[in-house]
Write a protein that binds this ligand. Structure first.
Ligand code: F6R
Length: 586
């Protein structure tokens, strides 16, 4: 996580303004603090502020900075509290750096540097990089040679950008397992993603181990052996989508309301190659968080319709437990950002130890996952700005459903109606807004579902907890009696997913059991189901839908419920505390 940006200015450029504009695009990567540093008349100057970028901007209005080259940072704290003192850029005597990632051997390096007389002012792992660089400079080495020597000793993951007081027009930057893009345009620049190097026209994505020296009109690239290499420049072709909130109070609400159109686009854009499962005897899904919930739904679909055994793995656990990969495996990595380090590393692991084919399902075009996968299916959800994933999740499910149902013509036909049913579900918005009043003051909530709606219960609970900070858990409805039932009392909302499907009787018995112990039972069902459910429960009636597609539809009211509960509690819905949109640390 953390966003880094750097700009080499031309005469009369307002470099700080340009760095801040780029940081605005990167706030989704962290918003614990922000900072900027420049080279100004042979000196390093910097300004930092705790919290969101707006706090830094306010400070800059009081204390303007100007310079010929600048770097900036928006932080998601790993080592050291989110204080101003720990905010980046981190300075050593004649240089400043910004860093995204974790330096795993920082303790040894710190000890060594302290012995050499360096005084540490922050609790960050990053400070070792700054002092290591300074130590090399003090030895009389050039900034580039110093940088190379530092890259030889630091371990872990990093994207780093450094400026030096002696170099008014230079940024040196490197990447190891954390993304970094170099932009060519009116200004040469670096950034954590392609949006943060706009308006550049061309980009080079640094590879692991590479570093770059960027000057006013040029950039020299070096491989991991420090030999100069010719960069692979690509034209930037990202859609400059409308990133305005429009009529909505939050991006999250806008993104929820876009879902019938994003699902429609995803259906239209992806044509499934029927041979993709040929010879496959096992499917292995790797993902984290919400994307993992999409994978859990897919397991139900793949085993039922493709008849292929499917395992769904939490990517952060997978490669640390000596997994048996097996033969003829198709790995599917699901990731909205395409950047989640856990998912990337688990996918690399499968590649390394097995010759499996890897399919990625990603939302961000050209993201790292596509570079390590054989095939990438892109969800057409468009840029997702709200930190809590909504439209990307339903788009992931759409692709997974297409993969699962591609041999079943009747399902494929029915699937075309899904966007319309989503629209009808979104029309329940006001009903759900009222319902949110019933849960917004609870301290804890329980979500129940069976079959492929069990992962949707987990997803509903995740949405509620991450944006409203109400503790919530999703359970398989039949599992409730094995322990979670102890949590139910009159104040605990029990939110059940119970369409009139083949598991209806079982789920409604579980609902009766919950109702015997608590009075706040809320059920999402359909017109047939509502006839048979207890009158003393609150029922929200969703459109009738083929059982197979229910997960895609039933998650929508849960997203709305979480959104309205969080809004009533006054939390920062689009940027919930402690979270970041792109998780590039383990
Ligand atoms: C929750 C959420 C996260 C992400 C997870 C994986 O709303 O967004 O749980 O799903 O961090 O991210 P991606 O899909 O980018 O790999």
């Amino acid at each position: 996580m953390c966003g880094i940006a750097g700009v080499v200015g031309k005469s009369n450029d307002d470099v700080v303004k340009k760095v801040i504009e780029r940081l605005e695009k990167l706030e989704y990567r962290g918003y614990d603090s922000a900072g900027v540093a420049v080279v100004s008349n042979g000196q390093i100057e910097r300004l930092r502020a705790v919290g969101k970028l707006r706090n830094l901007k306010a400070k800059l209005e009081q204390n303007p900075l100007s310079g010929s080259v600048g770097i900036g940072h928006t932080r998601w704290a790993t080592h050291g509290k989110p204080t101003e003192n720990n905010a980046h850029p981190i300075v050593s005597e004649n240089l400043a750096i910004v860093h995204n990632g974790i330096i795993e051997n920082y303790k040894e390096l710190k000890f060594e540097l302290q012995k050499d007389g360096f005084i540490f002012e922050t609790e960050t792992d990053t400070e070792v990089i700054a002092h290591l660089l300074q130590r090399e400079i003090n030895r009389g080495l050039s900034s580039r040679k110093s940088f190379e020597n530092v890259l030889k000793v630091i371990e872990g993951s990093y994207a780093i950008a450094a400026i030096f007081s002696s170099l008014p027009n230079t940024i040196i930057a490197a990447r190891q397992k954390s993304p970094l893009a170099v932009g060519f345009g009116d200004n040469m620049c670096v950034g954590s993603d392609v949006s943060s190097i706009l308006p550049c026209s061309e980009v080079v994505y640094l590879e692991d181990g590479e570093y770059v020296e960027i000057t006013e009109d040029n950039a020299l690239f070096f491989n991991k052996n420090f030999q100069q290499v010719k960069p692979k420049k690509q034209k930037i072709s990202i859609d400059l989508e409308n990133t305005d909130k429009g009529e909505y109070s939050h991006y999250m609400l806008k993104e929820i309301m876009e879902q019938s159109s994003t699902i429609r686009k995803t259906i239209l854009h992806n044509k499934i190659d029927k041979n993709i499962f040929e010879g496959v005897s096992r499917i292995l899904i790797l993902a984290c968080g919400t994307s993992h919930h999409a994978g859990m739904v897919a397991k139900y679909w793949f085993e039922k319709f493709l008849k292929i055994p499917t395992d769904v793995e939490i990517a952060s656990e997978y490669r640390y437990r000596s997994p048996i990969i097996g033969e003829n495996v198709l790995a599917i990595a699901i990731t909205q950002s395409g950047e989640t380090i856990d998912t990337l590393e688990a996918t690399e692991y499968v590649r390394r130890y097995n010759n499996s084919k890897v399919v990625a399902i990603a939302n961000v075009k050209n993201s790292a996952i596509s570079r390590i996968s054989d095939v990438t299916f892109y969800t057409e959800a468009g840029i997702e700005i709200g930190v809590a994933s909504t439209k990307a999740f339903t788009a992931q499910l759409t692709i997974l459903a297409e993969l699962a149902f591609h041999n079943y013509d009747f399902l494929t036909r029915e699937f075309q109606n899904l966007p319309t049913l989503c629209e009808e579900t979104l029309d329940l918005q006001n009903e759900i807004k009222d319902l949110a009043k019933r849960i917004c003051s609870a301290s804890s909530a329980i979500y129940l579902g069976r079959g492929s709606l069990y992962p949707i219960a987990m997803e509903g609970a995740l949405k509620l907890k991450e944006i409203s900070y109400i503790h919530a858990e999703g359970f398989a409805a039949g599992e409730m009696k094995h322990g979670p039932i102890a949590l139910i009392d009159d104040d605990t909302p029990v939110i059940c997913l119970c369409p009139h499907n083949e598991l209806f009787e079982k789920t409604s018995s579980n609902i009766q059991v919950a109702l015997a112990r608590g009075k706040n039972v809320i059920i999402f069902t359909d017109s047939d189901g509502s006839k048979f459910l207890p009158p003393e429960t609150t029922k929200i009636v969703l459109p009738k839908i083929p059982e197979e597609f229910a997960p895609i539809l039933y998650v929508i009211p849960l997203q709305l419920l979480a959104y309205y509960a969080a809004s009533l509690r006054g939390t920062d819905v689009d940027k919930p505390r402690n979270l970041a949109k792109s998780v590039t640390v383990e």
